[in-house]
Design a protein around this ligand. Structure first.
Ligand code: ADP
Length: 524
């Protein structure tokens, strides 16, 4: 029997990931039974350390990219967005409420506070949040600076005091974003997500009532009205995004621009860190973007969650999160067995899995060092059709040596006898056919959709090219502008000519229930 794929969960969780992977026939890693490197996916809620990235073997993947705290810590996000505002203009980066990191920015905050008091009077509200806490812990809202009391590093952010309400209840959206790769930037957004409601009616006269002002489930599930049938909202505090789309439709609200603006928020936020995230093709990351919509239908970014909660509190969670994780695993593009890991063990003789010679091997292609790449490309060009995609792996050049070293450390086998197969020798077997994958100008285009994940970046030939080598943020921003303008005024686009090369590139309209191709939308 061929070896199953093996997953490893840090601290035995999250349960949902275990459940989905076991259902898919994966095996759970057992440190007593298995070798240290005998796993395919390591999932943890907290960050991996540097050595874990460095010691990755070709068949191993991690669920976090390195150095993403730049958007997932509240203070770092505020700092990075401020920097982008200064570089690319505040009009573009106006989707995040102005924020100050205290105590450092206290004087700047005071200036802004006084300025707004003079121009707008007292009706300006602020929200204070500890920089490294989550789930609504330590958050309070204030109007008067005398109520601002803090004993740790916090961010004070302008409070969006006129949120869009449904039957008087405040809500925000949890949008699930998968960054398949930072180099080249490849982003997918899940069609399904969550709408999280406050459980008491919104009122600015009760700033202390967290059940009316915060939409965190971790807070609202302990509220006195959590189980009550609330007008239109229903019981509990969550809807699926599909239900929300249905609601908008029933209100005759044009959703197109709203979704595109959220899409832009995701891309523009990721651009703040993309150039500084080290390349680690064996990593995939799921982020939770929290978006608040105000009465004018403007979406605001509240925060980006590092490890979005995967607990199942209600039916909406079950509906959304189970298929989310399943689609995420599909996006990682594993196949049913791992021939590469298997061969390593077979060669060594420690494990003797039964290989099925007639079964095609679908092991990802490793990323080669620049010097070897052209040779590799020449060798494989004839094999790779436009319908195949190379799924890159980490630059682990001396992985056989690494594994040797580790084994020697464990005094189990002399390093010399522990030889792994050459990743280059087996290159022909490593090609993974991915449905819907095409090539544009010789560059491979990631699939349009995988399950309910819709590719939102790159979304055209220009952005594909601008993200291939050195990320060209300027070009990407120009293209985002163009696309949003086209969507705002899509009728005029019908008369325009095709952009050269554009016909080779397909993009779906994220956010739509049955997303049409952008092209089809512009040319009905
Ligand atoms: P946490 O990481 O603790 O969940 P968030 O930044 O997500 O912190 O804030 C928690 C909740 O507070 C949000 O879900 C939202 O309901 C509310 N909130 C946060 N910031 C703002 C803001 N600037 N304006 C209005 N509501 C906000």
């Amino acid at each position: 029997m061929a070896a199953s794929l093996v997953f490893r969960l840090h601290n035995r969780g999250p349960e949902l990931v275990r459940e989905v992977l076991l259902e898919r026939g994966w095996e759970e890693y057992d440190e007593k039974e298995q070798e240290e490197e005998d796993w395919n996916l390591y999932w943890r809620g907290s960050a991996f350390c540097k050595s874990e990235y460095h010691n990755l073997l070709p068949w191993q993947r991690l669920n976090h990219h390195p150095k993403t705290a730049g958007i997932t810590r509240k203070d770092c996000l505020a700092r990075n967005l401020r920097r982008m505002k200064a570089t690319f203009g505040s009009a573009l980066y106006d989707f995040s409420p102005i924020a100050f990191i205290l105590p450092n920015d206290y004087t700047r905050f005071l200036d802004e506070y006084n300025k707004l008091r003079l121009t707008r009077g007292p009706s300006v509200y602020w929200i204070c949040k500890p920089v490294d806490l989550s789930r609504g812990r330590g958050i309070f809202i204030f109007e008067d600076i005398k109520d601002l009391v803090y004993d740790c590093s916090v961010i004070v952010q302008r409070y969006i005091s006129s949120p869009l309400l449904i039957s008087g209840y405040k809500f925000d959206l949890r949008i699930y974003v998968c960054v398949k790769s930072f180099h080249p930037l490849t982003v997918y957004i899940h069609q399904e997500g969550l709408v999280r409601f406050a459980t008491e009616k919104y009122s600015l006269s009760s700033l202390k009532n967290l059940y009316a002002h915060l939409t965190n489930t971790s807070i609202n599930k302990f509220g006195p009205f959590y189980k009550t049938q609330k007008e239109r909202v229903g019981q509990g505090c969550k809807w699926t995004l599909s239900k929300f789309r249905h609601f908008l439709h029933s209100q005759d609200i044009n959703q197109l621009l709203l979704w595109q603006r959220i899409n832009n928020i995701v891309t523009l936020t990721l651009l703040t860190i993309a150039p500084s995230v080290p390349s680690c093709p064996n990593c995939v990351e799921l982020f939770g973007f929290d978006i608040l919509i105000d009465v004018k239908f403007k979406p605001w970014l509240l925060e980006v969650n590092y490890s979005p909660a995967l607990t199942l509190d209600c039916q909406a969670d079950v509906t959304v999160k189970k298929s989310l994780i399943s689609d995420l695993i599909d996006l990682m593009n594993y196949t049913s067995t791992d021939r590469l890991r298997e061969r390593a063990y077979q060669k060594h003789g420690h494990k003797q899995p039964c290989l099925h010679a007639d079964q095609p091997s679908h092991v990802p292609i490793p990323v080669l060092p620049k010097a070897k790449q052209s040779k590799f490309q020449k060798k494989t060009r004839s094999i790779q059709s436009s319908q195949t995609q190379a799924l890159p792996l980490i630059k682990t050049l001396h992985w056989s040596e690494k594994i040797n070293r580790r084994r020697t450390r464990h005094h189990e086998q002399p390093a010399a006898s522990w030889k792994l197969p050459s990743i280059y020798r087996y290159i022909q077997l490593f090609i993974i056919p991915l449905e819907g994958t095409t090539a544009v100008n010789g560059q491979h285009v990631p699939p349009l959709r995988v399950g309910d994940f819709i590719r939102t970046f790159p979304f055209n030939t220009a952005t594909l090219e601008a993200s291939q080598h050195k990320l060209d943020v300027k070009i990407i921003i120009q293209e985002l502008h163009k696309l949003t303008a086209q969507l705002a005024d899509w009728r005029s686009e019908e008369e325009e000519e095709d952009v050269e090369g554009e016909e080779d590139f397909d993009s779906l309209l994220w956010g739509q229930k049955d997303p049409p191709l952008l092209r089809q939308y512009f040319k009905p």
